[in-house]
Design a protein around this ligand. Structure first.
Ligand SMILES: *Cc1c(COP(=O)(O)O)cnc(C)c1O
Length: 396
């Protein structure tokens, strides 16, 4: 019956990370002891002070439609946060609250892209970027980076990728999946190229801003005066505040883009959940130091997983500076045969690890880079030890 469906939906591929999680659940249901290191989700609980704000909001009777672009008090909290953490000055008309950063990205794509517009995506990029661009009739232009350059795009690569059809540049820093962070100087290098192309809009996804291990200080593209008027800053509470299921993300943007996103959202969702919005006011107004304990724990696990992986022949790791993923190059395993199965690419390798080691990871192909797999270390130390030991045994 799929011929009854739209070409749009038939051409859309399912989210690889959600698909891997579903496969792992299936195997688990059939009795297999699967360790899941595939999902980008903190294994912490939402902090109590944020939960309490939500409970209070229920009691206070917050149950009506909210303004489409978010409660004014939440927009003001976001404005305070942008000023406090990023040195960015936004007004209410420049802020839109959405159902997760994912919807914020989708809104921006729908608002800005026409048929055939090109969007530059440094690879590896977050799994949904290319599909959101395609859904919006845009054309993803992948710029390959390598582990030797810490998976960062150089100004020369950016320049070479620009054509008369280039409409946007999208990236995340800290990067999901590589954990790389563009320093202020590196962003300035990219901005210097963009100076020559004043129409290109930049989408800077900063959702991992607070999950930073202190190697490189977080910087925002919009903080450069000459980039402010054409940069959309994306952020959200899912990762740093362990609030994935609450579904709140937001943008700070030029007001014409914010207005367009508001209009779209008004026809599609009517705005984000009211209780979650109230809770996020508290999350953002409290000091980010209150969630530092999670970052400290991720830092310990990062050290552990790097030590363990570097002991396995064939895994070549970069040192992630933020987020909670390692992105090892696994090309050393390509062409090898294990237990009668030949590994030809990263997808084969991730499938091999799922079936033979009972560990769920994600193929790098999902992120536009087929030399690596993504391993999440948002898991307990015990699970990390057991998972890497199984991986080690399975490739010995
Ligand atoms: C998780 C993630 C998102 C989506 O965040 P939600 O608020 O859960 O929709 C967006 N960008 C990146 C890079 C992510 O890792």
């Amino acid at each position: 019956m799929s011929d009854q469906l739209s070409e749009r939906i038939n051409n859309l591929v399912p989210s690889a990370t959600l698909e891997m999680a579903a496969k792992a659940r299936e195997l688990r249901a059939s009795g297999k002891d699967i360790i899941g290191l595939s999902l980008g989700e903190p294994d912490f609980n939402t902090p109590d002070y944020i939960k309490d704000a939500a409970i209070q909001a229920v009691k206070d009777g917050y149950n009506s439609y909210t303004p489409v672009d978010g409660y004014v008090e939440l927009k003001d909290a976001i404005i305070t946060k942008f000023k406090r953490d990023n040195g960015l000055n936004y007004e209410r008309a420049q802020i839109v609250v959405s159902t997760g950063a994912k919807q914020a990205l989708y809104n921006v794509a729908q608002a800005c892209l026409n048929q055939g517009d090109e969007v530059i995506l440094p690879c590896p990029y977050w799994v949904s970027y290319s599909d959101i661009v395609k859904l919006s009739d845009g054309v993803p232009i992948e710029v390959k980076t390598s582990i030797d350059n810490n998976f960062k795009m150089t100004p020369e690569q950016l320049e070479a990728a620009i054509t008369p059809k280039t409409k946007m540049l999208w990236y995340s820093s800290p990067c999901n999946p590589s954990g790389s962070i563009y320093s202020k100087e590196e962003l300035r290098g990219l901005a210097d190229v963009l100076k020559k192309y004043p129409k290109i809009i930049v989408v800077s996804d900063e959702i991992y801003e607070h999950i930073n291990y202190g190697v490189t200080t977080h910087a925002s593209m919009a903080a450069f005066e000459d980039m402010y008027d054409r940069t959309v800053t994306i952020n959200g509470v899912a990762k740093a505040f362990a609030m994935t299921g609450w579904r709140i993300g937001y943008i700070g943007a030029p007001s014409y883009i914010a207005r367009a996103c508001n209009k779209l959202q008004g026809q599609v969702t009517s705005g984000a959940n009211c209780i979650a919005q109230r809770a996020v006011i508290t999350a953002l107004l409290e000091s980010p130091s209150r969630v530092q304990y999670m970052v400290d724990e991720f830092k310990n696990r990062r050290k552990l997983i790097l030590e363990l992986l570097n002991n396995i022949d064939g895994f070549k790791c970069n040192e992630p500076e933020g987020a909670f993923y390692v992105y090892p190059d696994v090309t050393a395993f390509f062409g090898k045969t294990f237990n009668g199965k030949t590994i030809n690419n990263a997808s084969d390798f991730a499938m091999y690890l799922l079936e033979e080691a009972n560990v769920a990871t994600v193929t790098g192909d999902a992120f536009g880079n087929g030399n690596s797999i993504r391993i999440s270390y948002a898991a307990s130390e015990e699970h990390i030890r057991e998972a890497i030991s199984r991986i080690s045994d399975s490739v010995e």
